[in-house]
Design a protein around this ligand. Structure first.
Ligand code: C5P
Length: 238
């Protein structure tokens, strides 16, 4: 099934398959933070992030969001549509945290009056710098129509995920998305949605249940990831 490796990122590998329109994605336990300066393994992370993404992407499809996901193959692998990744990372924020809080001097946990969509250039070498959509168009990374579509999809994804997680006792603080183009130019959600790419706070205690436990040396990283898989796949509360 898997042919040659097409790409290796910090958390995943992508392989070609016999079908030119499909790839296999393999999730790794490797974790990095601060642009690769901090490195470690999070035991079981690959399996958990594969399972969480493989649970959420079909739900998003049903909610009208086109994604690259086709099927979960094994503990660490999924079959996906082959896409060309658009090198613009899209961050959606509901509550101030992380780089937003730092850059603007806004206390973490401050609710935002409306969702904020931010764009970064996907470049490990440069540390994913913040850009705006004019920059992405001027440098040929995405077209204006594509960026309009990406923003619309990102906000629709938020509108699906916020109540989905709320019903499972989780506050979705912010999250990062990546989009790709299929062979016919359709823009689809790619990459993953997991504790690596989202901030999840427990609704009762505000305890962090995501990669910030690793970034900030809070301990209990594996347990938090396992608990997030349990909650994501649990039926809605109440
Ligand atoms: O660090 P920052 O506050 O900009 O992160 C915003 C959100 O995007 C967080 O949920 C973080 O996990 C995610 N993110 C990511 N990959 C990056 C940068 C941020 O998944 N390269």
């Amino acid at each position: 099934m898997k042919l040659e490796q097409r790409y290796e990122g910090k958390a995943k590998k992508v392989y070609a398959t016999e079908n030119p329109h499909e790839y296999v994605v393999e999730y790794k336990d490797d974790a990095t933070a601060f642009n690769g300066v901090k490195k470690a393994q999070i035991q079981g992370k690959g399996e958990i992030n594969n399972a969480i993404t493989a649970h959420l992407f079909p739900l998003l499809e049903r909610a009208g969001i086109p994604t690259h996901f086709l099927e979960k193959l094994g503990d660490r692998e999924q079959r996906v549509r082959a896409v060309e990744i658009i090198p613009v990372e899209v961050i959606v924020r509901n509550v101030a945290a992380g780089s937003f809080s730092k850059r603007l001097g806004i206390e973490e946990g401050t609710p935002l009056a409306r969702p904020v969509v931010e764009y970064c250039y996907k470049s490990d070498a440069l540390g994913d710098p913040l850009i705006n959509t004019d920059t992405a168009v001027a440098l040929g990374w995405a077209g204006e129509d594509e960026l309009r579509r990406i923003r619309e999809l990102a906000l629709n994804i938020r509108d699906f995920l916020v109540p989905y997680f709320a019903e499972r006792g989780i506050r979705l603080i912010d999250f990062k998305l990546e989009f790709g183009r299929t062979h016919d130019g359709t823009v689809v959600l790619a990459d993953e949605i997991s504790p690596d790419t989202c901030r999840f706070w427990d609704a009762q205690t505000n305890e962090k249940m995501d990669k910030d436990r690793f970034r900030r040396d809070l301990g209990g990283v594996e347990d938090a990831y396992a608990e997030m898989l349990r909650r994501v796949t649990a039926p809605a509360e109440g």
